[in-house]
Write a protein that binds this ligand. Structure first.
Ligand SMILES: Cc1ncc(COP(=O)(O)O)c(C=O)c1O
Length: 438
């Protein structure tokens, strides 16, 4: 029987209204939480506040960007100051140079870069540039790596696309993905096989150095170093998609963390401090192929948007100035949460894996270590759903999908962690009392 309007929460009512005007009621698939998402009124620090008057300790953090927490004062100040001076010029600014110089100092492989509006745009242009530069068509991507919602990379793409077939979406002609070779991550032999045989046709390998879109999956041993060596040897460009890992694993992203230089790098998320901006860049000899001086076309009305550039500068300056405190503190808090989860699953005798690195973590309900997308997909997602819903009931918001990752921010404090530990205890107890579902 339909629930009377009187008994409905504000979020439930808003979701009914949203479904009439926004497909599935949302503007990005993973937000369509069942039975309905909570609608946000405002956010500050580590918390989201819903229209229903509930506060949530947030571990989505906008799906990664908000490493300094919601409504970080330095970012808001930068935005306020820029608003007074205009929000779009259609002509260059000194701040764009300053921002790019900052980025290049943290990512030395990005000798030159272009600013764009989203991670999707960044990877799309990086791939086109790799093809234009090498004169080759094929690219290699890995199962479970998500590089945005454009056609060439939407194959076994992790994140919100996980539930679809291949290509991961209707509307993508098969011939579009014919040049996309998909390989299992962490399997060097499979990679070596293809690269050694087909390098004449392969423009680039694109990889999330640490996968954050199939849950969280770490590179094994010297997998990334071997990937770098192989691609260099065979004249295949290596694109590190650091949209998540950039400024997250370390200031200089996975490239600093693992001491590897990619040929092209894509950044997004943290780069704008909650404002939409992204970048792709690499060696000058490659980047100089971009239009108008070069023959690879790339453009954007909002590219290098002054508002987003100003907030991006504020974030990067804060991270650089305080990196010695920020990154160790984030890692400590993450390690603490991981330990709590590991202890709880052991005491409740739940079969589970916990992967973590720097300030990212994720739980998988399985007895098998998670080393690739296949392992991640074989987990008990119904148990994950119980875990998610129980945490939510207790005011802790983790990403609603098994195929996402939790993020900590500098705003998460002792109280948040304590509240999270209690919620985790209850949620995992609930998981343990529900039998394995098929
Ligand atoms: C690794 C990675 N690359 C690219 C993207 C696409 O970025 P955007 O959503 O800003 O288009 C994402 C988004 O989650 C991502 O995680």
């Amino acid at each position: 029987m339909a629930k009377s309007t009187l008994n409905r929460t504000k979020s439930e009512c808003l979701y009914e209204r949203a479904k009439n005007i926004l497909p599935s009621g949302v503007n990005s698939p993973v937000r369509a939480i069942k039975p309905y998402p909570f609608f946000v009124k405002h956010a500050r620090g580590s918390k989201l506040y819903s229209v229903d008057g509930i506060s949530y300790v947030d571990y989505c953090m906008g799906y990664g960007p908000l490493i300094l927490g919601h409504s970080f004062e330095g970012v808001l100040d930068a935005a306020r100051e820029q608003l007074e001076n205009g929000t779009l010029y259609g002509a260059p600014t000194e701040n764009e140079i300053k921002f790019a110089e900052h980025i290049s100092e943290m990512f030395p492989c990005m000798e030159m870069m272009r600013l764009v509006n989203s991670g999707t745009e960044a990877t799309m242009h990086a791939i086109r540039l790799a093809r234009g530069f090498t004169g080759k068509n094929k690219i290699i991507k890995f199962e479970g790596c998500y590089h945005g919602a454009h056609d060439y990379v939407l194959v076994k793409a992790g994140s919100g696309a996980t539930s679809c077939g291949a290509p991961d979406s209707l509307g993508i002609p098969e011939e579009t993905t014919r040049n996309t070779i998909v390989l299992p991550y962490n399997n060097y032999a499979a990679l070596e096989d293809v690269v050694t045989q087909e390098s004449n046709d392969i423009a680039a390998v694109i990889v999330e150095p640490v996968i954050g879109n199939a849950g969280l999956i770490l590179p094994h041993g010297d997998y990334l170093q071997k990937l770098r060596k192989l691609t260099k040897e065979y004249g295949v460009l290596l694109i590190f998609d650091e949209v998540i890992t950039g400024f997250r694993l370390a200031l200089g992203g996975a490239q600093e963390y693992y001491d590897i230089e990619a040929d092209l790098t894509t950044l997004g998320k943290i780069l704008g401090g909650g404002f939409p901006i992204a970048a792709f860049g690499g060696k000058k000899e490659i980047m100089n192929h971009l239009s108008p001086f070069g023959k690879v076309y790339q453009a954007g009305t909002f590219s290098g948007n002054p508002l987003c550039v100003s907030t991006g500068i504020a974030v990067l300056q804060t991270l650089r100035k305080n990196k010695n405190e920020i990154y160790p503190k984030l890692a400590r808090n993450c390690d603490e949460l991981k330990k709590v989860i590991v202890d709880l699953v052991s005491s409740y005798t739940i079969e589970a894996q916990v992967n973590s690195i720097a300030s990212m973590f994720q739980i998988f309900f399985t007895s098998t270590p998670i080393v690739d997308y296949g392992c991640a997909k074989s987990c008990d997602t119904q148990k994950f759903s119980v875990y998610f819903q129980e945490l939510l009931k207790q005011g802790v918001f983790v990403p609603p999908s098994q195929f996402e990752t939790c993020f900590l921010s500098t705003a998460h404090d002792k109280d948040d962690l304590e509240r999270t530990v209690d919620a985790l205890d209850n949620a995992l107890h609930k998981v343990s009392t529900k039998g394995r579902s098929v």
